[in-house]
Design a protein around this ligand. Structure first.
Ligand SMILES: NC(=O)c1ccc[n+]([C@@H]2O[C@H](COP(=O)([O-])OP(=O)(O)OC[C@H]3O[C@@H](n4cnc5c(N)ncnc54)[C@H](OP(=O)(O)O)[C@@H]3O)[C@@H](O)[C@H]2O)c1
Length: 323
């Protein structure tokens, strides 16, 4: 496992981190296997974990709590998120800050997460949605400054809405935000335009989330792929999205070198970008952990392949189903 500098924090985080949404919110999770997968990731050098209160109303955080207790000899970095008070993903420009992240609510949910995680301090507390229009309002700044001065949170992050990477640029200029979590993968390369250069300039850490485009960049989806009604993917992979995603993923297949999987190419594509501190694949299966951790071996993709993959950029705009 290779480690990268996490912005100004001084942390050295594993370039492959761990996304913890699937284990509390997607169907098909099996507790024993999830715990084995987490333990194996730590054995293989993973030290950065991304969870959120909203992943099972604290369930994913409490799974991480137990994991931390099994590995007290290791320095593991914990990132979690405050859910929007109005429970609406994504936020919209017309939403008022007082309805989404009022100061007392920021404090209340940080306390809840501390309890779920069994921690005295959260390494990175993130806002689970964000609007750049809130950047000049004082309420959130006062709340986070208080929590930081009390030692309850070490640093703060914004998780930007899907396909809106620029919806945080002014906020980064406040100097209060240490990390941005953004969708960045072979399809979603638009953070390269404005967000990543600004993060480089301000030394803000970048967490690349959704490296497999919620699964399509593993190359295993077909037009017939279906999800149970209680799995959020059933509302996301509506025919319009599923069919277009399968078409884009199929177009990549001829580029995958022999002996590699599309998932491996997808991770290596992200790791080739030095602006990224860590990428956080969602994983529940042991075999996925083993294969994903092995992508951090220091080998980059050949320059020609990287150029070809860059041609598969797919710019999308938020829609009714995109969440
Ligand atoms: N708004 C936000 O802040 C936000 C939104 C979305 C995601 N996130 C964070 O980002 C993380 C990653 O995103 P995600 O989990 O939504 O999507 P993702 O990482 O793009 O895809 C996860 C899917 O890929 C599968 N997978 C993982 N490794 C694989 C491999 N080597 N081969 C084949 N399939 C593989 C997983 O299977 P298994 O689960 O069965 O192992 C899972 O079905 C989340 O877990 C969460 O921490 C944050």
């Amino acid at each position: 496992m290779n480690y990268r500098k996490f912005g100004k924090s001084g942390w050295k985080v594993s370039e492959i981190g761990y996304g913890m949404w699937g284990m509390a919110g997607w169907t098909g999770s099996e507790e024993k296997e999830v715990n084995q997968a987490l333990d194996r990731a730590i054995e293989l050098g993973c030290n950065f974990f991304d969870t959120a209160w909203a992943y099972g109303d604290g369930l994913s955080e409490s799974i991480l709590n137990k994991t931390l207790k099994r590995h007290t000899d290791k320095r593991l970095y914990v990132a979690t998120k405050i859910p929007p008070k109005n429970r609406k993903w994504p936020s919209r420009p017309e939403f008022a800050l007082k309805d989404v992240f009022p100061a007392d609510y920021i404090i209340e949910y940080t306390e809840k997460s501390l309890k779920n995680l069994g921690l005295e301090q959260i390494d990175l507390q993130q806002f689970h949605v964000w609007e750049d229009g809130w950047s000049n309002q004082d309420e959130w700044k006062e709340a986070i400054t208080k929590l930081t001065s009390q030692g309850k949170v070490a640093s703060w992050g914004v998780s930007v809405n899907r396909w809106e990477p620029d919806n945080c640029l002014q906020t980064l200029h406040t100097g209060l935000i240490s990390a941005v979590q953004v969708i960045y993968n072979i399809f979603d390369q638009n953070p390269d335009d404005h967000l990543l250069p600004l993060c480089r300039e301000l030394d803000v850490a970048v967490i690349a989330r959704v490296p497999f485009d919620e699964g399509t960049l593993t190359g295993t989806f077909t037009r017939e792929t279906r999800f149970p009604a209680n799995d959020w993917r059933s509302t996301y992979f509506v025919p319009e999205n599923l069919n277009a995603s399968v078409e884009h993923a199929d177009a990549l297949k001829p580029l995958i070198p022999q002996g590699m999987t599309m998932a491996e190419v997808a991770l290596r594509f992200i790791l080739c970008n030095q602006d990224i501190a860590t990428t956080i694949p969602g994983m529940r299966k042991l075999r996925n952990v083993e294969s994903n951790m092995s992508a951090s071996d220091g080998n980059t993709l050949p320059a020609k392949l990287l150029d070809q993959l860059k041609m598969h950029r797919w710019d999308r705009k938020p829609t009714q189903w995109s969440q």
